[in-house]
Design a protein around this ligand. Structure first.
Ligand code: GSH
Length: 210
């Protein structure tokens, strides 16, 4: 059985969950409660010494990092494809995904939020403003790309959902959880809503935070 170590409000776990569902792959999920610090338990340290989710157990492997996990799934289960067939298209969707997953998301994860509080002593309102700032900046970049690029279709790249949609939807969910003003990113927000209407993109327990 394929096993996902994840958490309901983890944006990176959401990406892998959505990719598995888009491909119709059955899996079971083990909860790693990030709010209770379960990522630091000795049991989970043995699974991922980086103390982060997602981890996907598959084919006797323990894969980490949501984007490489999704690319593994795409190679292992090619249909439906989550990456375009051409090199230029793959470069574009990987770049869109990385704006959210590599440039924004690392700034808002629990370990960073905790560090801002202790030892840096930032009060809750300042932490919230920090998080919203980075979500806004990333959203502006994504919005411009989606509006300007002729490759944008019903979904982020053409008319079928793929890796960029999975990651951009996780970004919008995160922005909404942290009450970021997304009014200047209407195309990005509409894209996420189109995805969220599909069963594979179900936000699960995150919905109660929106
Ligand atoms: N770049 C990684 C991010 C992994 C990550 O930081 N996950 C967060 C949850 S979304 C986590 O487990 N954080 C634990 C912590 O910050 O203590 C990926 O895409 O998988």
């Amino acid at each position: 059985m394929i096993r996902l170590h994840g958490f309901f409000r983890s944006l990176a776990s959401y990406r892998v969950r959505a990719a598995l569902r888009l491909k119709g792959i059955e899996f079971e999920e083990v909860e790693v409660d990030l709010l209770k610090g379960a990522q630091f338990s000795p049991e989970f340290d043995a699974v991922n010494p980086q103390h982060a989710v997602p981890v996907l157990e598959i084919d006797g492997l323990r894969l980490v990092q949501s984007l490489p996990i999704i690319e593994y799934l795409d190679e292992r289960f090619p249909s439906p494809a989550l990456l375009p067939g051409d090199a230029a298209g793959r470069a574009r969707v990987r770049a869109l995904a990385q704006i959210a997953a590599s440039d924004v998301h690392p700034l808002i994860v629990p370990r960073v939020r905790n560090y801002l509080g202790n030892p840096l002593g930032l009060p809750e309102e300042a932490k919230q403003a920090f998080i919203q700032h980075w979500f806004s900046l990333g959203s502006a970049a994504l919005e411009a790309r989606l509006v300007r690029d002729p490759e944008t279709g019903t979904f982020a790249h053409g008319d079928t959902p793929g890796i960029a949609d999975v990651v951009l939807t996780s970004h919008v969910l995160g922005a909404r959880v942290f009450k970021t003003d997304m009014s200047s990113a209407p195309r990005l927000s509409a894209l996420a809503d189109r995805c969220l209407a599909l069963a594979a993109f179900d936000a699960g327990g995150m919905k109660q935070l929106l």
